[in-house]
Design a protein around this ligand. Structure first.
Ligand SMILES: [Zn+2]
Length: 178
């Protein structure tokens, strides 16, 4: 069985047409090739039009858009700061040290908890709290892991003193003594 394509005027077999319930014989009136090129052109034309409308809208709403984005960003960061911090730390750790994925999965909720603890205690008078890797991730001699048992919460001031120091012990405490 064949069908005439109403676009290219060529008679083709039915498998050259897409099925289309809206037509009597159950197949569209354009052949697949014509259909594809029609859509390509339609999308291309429309893309430019859509971009134009979008650009114009953005131009007219520049200030509104900037404010909205600022507000959205700061809200998002505030709401998700512990998520972002723990995610970033995880990414950093992944880049420098390999943690077996099953351990990471099991440990993930504990890590998140530590970050959210640090965030919950931000009202403490000590100064801002940060999550620190007891054994640093970046050090010439050692590469600590981003796992819950290598995390501790430190006031930022102390964390700045500690930096990536490593004294060769598990507790890595000697940075405290000056
Ligand atoms: Zn055709």
């Amino acid at each position: 069985m064949n069908k005439l394509c109403s676009k290219c005027d060529i008679i083709k077999s039915y498998d050259c047409f897409y099925k289309h319930k809206g037509y009597k014989d159950g197949y569209g009136s354009y052949c697949k090739l014509c259909y594809k090129s029609y859509h390509k052109k339609y999308n291309a034309d429309n893309y430019e039009r859509k971009q134009f409308i979008k650009k114009r809208w953005e131009k007219n709403n520049k200030e509104h858009l900037q404010n909205w984005r600022k507000e959205y960003d700061s809200k998002y960061i505030k709401k998700n700061s512990e998520k972002i911090n723990s995610y970033n730390a995880g990414r950093r750790a992944e880049r420098i040290s390999a943690i077996p994925s099953d351990i990471r999965k099991r440990d993930y909720s504990k890590i998140k908890e530590i970050y959210s603890d640090a965030k919950d205690c931000q009202w403490l008078p000590e100064s801002k709290l940060e999550v620190d890797h007891i054994i640093p991730l970046k050090n010439k001699k050692v590469c600590g892991l981003h796992v819950s048992w290598n995390l501790q919460i430190l006031p930022r001031k102390q964390n700045n003193t500690k930096k990536n120091k490593f004294d060769g012990t598990y507790n890595n405490e000697s940075w405290r003594v000056k």
